[in-house]
Design a binder for this molecule. Structure first.
Ligand code: SF4
Length: 198
């Protein structure tokens, strides 16, 4: 009997959570992190989990997540982590470890190629949000990041917004582009509220 999208999705997530392909490269056991239902209203795609997310297995359970939820989206933790609201994933599903000079390693390219295309195929969201340059690069490889942030896009026919990473390490980009916090993020937040019925 043909599987439903929901069944295919559950199978995919089971396989994804068991993935340990990067163990040798990372030098520690990878912890793939995804949260939410296949038919969540919003598909939320970021770069890769932080060390704090790696330890707690909870997406955006860090300072970036607090900024995103409370200062940018203006939604509560309960709304963000409601599996019917957000399917939260990333181009690299595991914390990739630290670079010798500080900062996290880049998400492994093969991760998105292996998993994300299938997640997009099986999820049934109304809106797609992409957070960070590395995540944007996967979908729009040749495009200027700033112009992506300030324009409305579509992915597979669905409206998509690109946001800069909310990490405090990205403060310079936000200072150089004040119209993001002054205007653009408010438009995106309003659209999130509309889709969630808030
Ligand atoms: S980063 Fe992706 S490919 Fe690597 S172990 Fe995690 S889920 Fe697998």
């Amino acid at each position: 009997m043909e599987r439903t999208n929901s069944e295919k999705f559950e199978k995919l997530i089971g396989e994804l959570r068991s993935c340990r392909d990067c163990e040798e490269k990372f030098g520690f056991e990878p912890h793939p992190v995804v949260m939410g239902n296949f038919d969540a209203k919003i598909m939320h795609i970021s770069q890769a989990p932080s060390i704090s997310v790696h330890k707690t297995m909870k997406s955006f359970n860090d300072i970036s997540g607090k900024i995103l939820r409370h200062e940018w989206y203006h939604i509560s933790d309960e709304v963000f982590y409601d599996p019917a609201n957000f399917y939260i994933t990333s181009v690299g599903h595991c914390y990739p470890g630290k670079l010798p000079k500080g900062g996290d390693r880049l998400p492994p390219k093969e991760c998105a190629e292996k998993w994300l295309a299938r997640e997009i195929e099986l999820t049934d969201s109304e809106l797609i949000i992409i957070v960070g340059g590395k995540a944007a690069e996967f979908f729009f490889p040749k495009e200027d990041f700033k112009s992506l942030v300030f324009s409305d896009r579509t992915i597979k026919g669905k409206p998509a917004y690109v946001l800069p990473h909310p990490s405090p390490r990205n403060r310079k980009w936000l200072m150089d582009n004040p119209e993001f916090l002054n205007k653009r993020v408010k438009e995106i937040s309003a659209e999130i509220h509309r889709v969630l019925g808030l």
